[in-house]
Design a protein around this ligand. Structure first.
Ligand code: SF4
Length: 334
């Protein structure tokens, strides 16, 4: 029995060739760039925060993450600077987060909750003979007697469009469906816990001694008022701008409780059943089509060099390695 994850099914939908290289052949670039992300570090710190509630331990986790993801190449100054910036930003964001949410309305039941469930045919209720479905949930909580999944998200913008797009998040629908079966409980929905990857700063002091009134500044009403006092300026001169800041407060943290209709959950069940059939068929026929619309976009696909090469095996042998079992995305269930 093999295990599919939400990421592997998404990869299959986006480009079957990518799915084959990543999840069947387990290929990884040998010179994979050292990758660090504020989102990953923040997730690790949040898991610790909701487990232990001890700030120093959470900060330790952030430090550990960034040490583990530090480039060895000390001549890569640009990368070292970015690494340092990301590390500082994650620490500061985390400190702001715990100040913002000192009292939570929910009881934490579990963090980083792993599940594996059978994939079920929605028409016959029979289990797939080939695949189980596996995933890890950020957090399960109970509020007013109801269970909710919590999904932590870090983003560069909390726009109205971003908020609307949350309603289309199939991963959470998949996790609700699976967790209800795994724990045999009713999951009410998802709490999106969104964190803006940005810190507010005091307004810029111009050469003429006045504060900038540019509307694209990353500031808050409180910081603007502080800057007026610090620079011994007259509040009346800024009253219009202060009113504008107050009316257009930027969100740095955002939470949304979303429920999904049962039809949406049913749709996902049918989709997952279909996907596992298609994946099995691709496996049996060894047919993994390329989707060349996905090669470049959000960065270049990590298998681009293989796909464009005439001698693919030569590129694989020289630039890729087979990943260890413990980082395989598809777990072979013994
Ligand atoms: S380079 Fe393009 S075709 Fe090749 S695996 Fe990546 S997305 Fe698919």
């Amino acid at each position: 029995m093999q295990t599919l994850s939400y990421s592997s099914t998404s990869a299959f939908k986006n480009c079957r060739k990518k799915y084959q290289y990543n999840y069947i052949e387990n290929l990884k670039q040998i010179d994979e760039p050292v990758y660090f992300s504020i989102g990953s570090a923040f997730h690790i710190a949040l898991a610790e925060h909701y487990d232990s509630k001890t700030e120093p331990k959470c900060i330790e986790k952030i430090v550990e993450y960034f040490i583990d993801h530090k480039t060895e190449n000390i001549s890569d100054i640009d990368k070292i600077d970015k690494w340092h910036e990301a590390y500082q930003l994650t620490r500061e964001l985390f400190k702001r987060y715990i100040r913002e949410y000192q009292d939570e309305p929910f009881e934490v039941i579990d963090t980083e909750l792993k599940f594996t469930v059978p994939i079920i045919n929605p028409e016959t209720n029979c289990k797939s003979k080939n695949f189980n479905f596996f995933g890890i949930i950020d957090m399960l909580v109970k509020e007013n007697g109801l269970y909710w999944i919590v999904e932590h998200k870090t983003t560069t913008s909390i726009s109205n469009q971003y908020k609307k797009a949350l309603t289309l998040d199939t991963q959470c629908i998949a996790y609700i469906e699976a967790l209800e079966r795994f724990l045999n409980i009713k999951i009410q929905g998802v709490i999106y816990n969104v964190i803006l990857k940005s810190l507010p700063v005091k307004p810029k002091l111009l050469k003429n001694g006045k504060l900038s009134m540019a509307k694209n500044q990353n500031t808050t009403l409180e910081l603007y008022l502080e800057a007026i006092t610090e620079n011994k300026l007259e509040i009346e001169d800024y009253s219009e701008h202060l009113e504008w800041i107050s009316d257009n407060r930027k969100e740095y943290f955002y939470r949304e409780y979303l429920t999904f209709p049962s039809e949406t959950i049913q749709e996902w069940r049918a989709e997952l059943w279909d996907l596992q059939k298609n994946i099995r068929e691709a496996e049996l026929k060894n047919q993994y089509y390329k989707n060349t619309n996905n090669c470049i976009g959000f960065g270049v696909c990590q298998y681009f060099d293989i796909c464009i090469a005439l001698d693919k095996q030569c590129v694989i042998d020289s630039s890729y390695k087979v990943a260890d079992n413990d980082i395989k995305k598809i777990e072979r269930v013994k």
